[in-house]
Ligand binder design. Sequence first.
Ligand SMILES: Nc1nc2c(c(=O)[nH]1)N[C@H]1C(S)=C(S)[C@@H](COP(=O)(O)OP(=O)(O)OC[C@H]3O[C@@H](n4cnc5c(=O)[nH]c(N)nc54)[C@H](O)[C@@H]3O)O[C@H]1N2
Ligand SMILES: Nc1nc2c(c(=O)[nH]1)N[C@H]1C(S)=C(S)[C@@H](COP(=O)(O)OP(=O)(O)OC[C@H]3O[C@@H](n4cnc5c(=O)[nH]c(N)nc54)[C@H](O)[C@@H]3O)O[C@H]1N2
Ligand code: SF4
Ligand SMILES: [Mo]
Length: 744
Amino acid sequence: MTTTEPRTGHRICPLCESTCGLIFELDARAVTRVTPNPADLMSAGHSCAKGLGLGELEADPDRVRVPMLRTASGEFREATWVEAFDEIAARLPEFVADPGSCALYHGNPAAHHLDSTFYLGELIGALGTRNVYSPASVDTWPKNLAHMLLYGTGLGVSLPDIDRTDYLLILGSNPMVSNGSTVTAPGMHHRLRALRERGGTLVVVDPVRTRTAEVADIHVAIRPGTDALFLLGVVSVIANECLARPGRVPEVVDGLEAALAMAAAYPPETAAPACGVDPDLIRSVARGFAGAPSAVAHSRIGTCMQEFGTLANWLVEVLTIVTGNLDRPGGAMFALPPSGGPNTWPTGKPPRLTFDRWRSRVRDLPEAMGELPAVCFAEEILTPGPGRVRALITLAGNPARSLPNSAAIERALGALDFMVSVDCYLNETTRFADVILPPPPLATRGHHDVTLSHFQVRNVARYTPPLLELADGELSEWQILLRLAAIARGVPDRSVADLDDEVAAVAVRRAAKLAGCEPERAAEAVRDRRGPARLLDLRLRSGPYGDRFGGIEGGLTLALLEANPNGIDYGPLRSRLPEVLRTPHGRIDLMPEMIVADLPRLRASLTRVEDGLLLINRRQRRGMNSWLHNALPQPDGGQCALLMSPVDAAALRLIDGDQVSVTSRIASVEAELRIDDALRAGVVSMPHGWGHDGPGLRMSRSAAVPGANYNALVDDDTDLEALTASPIFNGVRVTVARTSQEHG
Ligand SMILES: Nc1nc2c(c(=O)[nH]1)N[C@H]1C(S)=C(S)[C@@H](COP(=O)(O)OP(=O)(O)OC[C@H]3O[C@@H](n4cnc5c(=O)[nH]c(N)nc54)[C@H](O)[C@@H]3O)O[C@H]1N2
Ligand SMILES: Nc1nc2c(c(=O)[nH]1)N[C@H]1C(S)=C(S)[C@@H](COP(=O)(O)OP(=O)(O)OC[C@H]3O[C@@H](n4cnc5c(=O)[nH]c(N)nc54)[C@H](O)[C@@H]3O)O[C@H]1N2
Ligand code: SF4
Ligand SMILES: [Mo]
């Protein structure tokens, strides 16, 4: 495959949930140019500066490309893979043998690569630990839990059928910048424009007049943390004005009348003052939503990273259901992912919620979907006693900048006895590692979005194969994960090929069962494949469009996707009720006990008076959480500025360009002030993922513009979302004061 001739190849962008189809131009092993692929059936030529900058990202001279070992003097030195794995084999087993003492943190990019999707479970199984953490618990858990309670799985969330809806209500998301989350819909600005061009309505609920709010028909500038009250107000209007039209859904829904009766107690005049919005605006959204031929609400991190996250995300579904918009075109629908998933697989025995099956050692907080809340991460390392975490593996994550209370996280990372990081940067987290293992170049990796196809607004299947073979000295990430698993299992000398065969044997049995064929036939069908491609072929062929290993002519196979590099279109979202449900009773309980029990807490917030400033987060076009700042040129100046409304600035006698301190209950950071009338009064905003100023980093470009670290300010102890223990990134109480000289 390797050639010295310049050539091109397809590649799905691994950076965000849009999963754009790109074309890579390669000169030998260098990615010389990246362009959007207009023929891609999912993204149709959409891309952004980040995806088009993948060449620069790959070429960043600061990237870690060979294993690094910490020496006795504390410095890193380059090492061979043999040396690196020998060091791990000498030190890791002690911690694996001591239950609970080994933890794993896997970050956001791990959800965007096939290797980790398929092989991370092997490593977790080998470590035998329940101390597993990821950003899911600071990002999506309130939404996952609400959907799990209603529909049975945390991953199989309902999606906005954005291309067919007549009324789209977006809460707490800025897809014009983020390109969307828990909704895979590349080219969001085209889709939102198309909605308006076909006479539809876009409503955006956000404390900031964001780029998305700017293109909306209605912008509801809500006070942070009050979406649940806003939604109750909307549903109350629907209840009190008899606008509920649940359609055919009641056949599978329990608790519909109870939900309407509950909401009726929150009329706009009751809910609106806490939300800081006009009661008439609530009424108009309710009437517009209920009266539209089809309507859907989409909630994302603004509604998750807040005090009433699960309630808000539950109420989005209540609104959808009482207006008859669940599971119908233009409403909220479920994808049918090509590689299958929890809501396509048969359940066998009655399904069980993957929530609160165990609890954390120190604070007794609940597990969700196999992980502990990230707010437990530091204390599980720092609190003495049996089961204390002493060793850590990080995979594609930067908890030192992504999790709340950075000081505690850094103290914890420094207190570990042993740490391994699989990562391409020496950053705020990996600087604490004893061994850093680098992933190989992107062009060596094949890709299909197993996880994100649960969020696709159209059922399209795509695969982009590796464009390069591994060079000498490179190891693929799945091989790294299997090597680590072998060490953890006490069989460090087992070959990766043998281990992969073992993983595949289990996958073959499972796929054969799903496809209703003999395991021998499934095994024979994938005989020539290895690694993630073999596991993917098994999933595709036993999935909803699969060929059942030869049983269905023309059915989906990996070979078919290889022959169709722009993808195969399986059409718009389809109605899937009741088959999609994986609840214990096979029905939708609209008033789940766990959620209803949280309502009094919300009610108590109605009379709360907020008179200080609330800090919220904003995303940046050229950032991806904490990790693109070094490779991609950032706009000059002001990117980390604290934005403040003119009203607050006048009250505090601050002017544009002032240096200010931003102080929360736990810390203080410095930032430049920018006055911006896009913010509602009482709210200030900063981006997260900055603060590249620790010792020992290898990020020369971002060291020059380190920026302020948002998460130094966020508490991991008090003020958590009540049901999922998610931190409240949005709505941090802060004070702001000038640190630069007094102006005249
Ligand atoms: N360019 C870029 N794209 C990204 C990322 C990135 O860092 N940069 N990160 C990726 C990741 S990991 C994710 S999870 C997604 C997230 O994608 P989105 O969910 O779209 O996230 P944001 O763009 O941060 O938008 C959240 C919005 O919520 C608003 N908000 C804050 N508090 C509240 C509140 O209490 N109520 C309401 N209604 N709104 C509130 C904020 O003002 C903000 O506009 O983006 C992904 N895409
Ligand atoms: N205040 C505040 N904090 C937030 C958020 C917020 O909105 N506000 N957003 C939260 C959200 S939604 C998320 S998802 C998290 C993100 O949290 P994390 O995933 O912990 O952080 P990232 O900045 O995405 O770091 C990604 C890491 O992966 C490495 N990496 C990149 N590609 C690869 C690869 O192919 N292989 C390997 N092995 N490593 C790779 C990068 O070098 C980097 O170290 O941050 C959360 N933190
Ligand atoms: S929108 Fe997301 S998936 Fe598309 S090119 Fe940009 S970063 Fe990549
Ligand atoms: Mo995220």
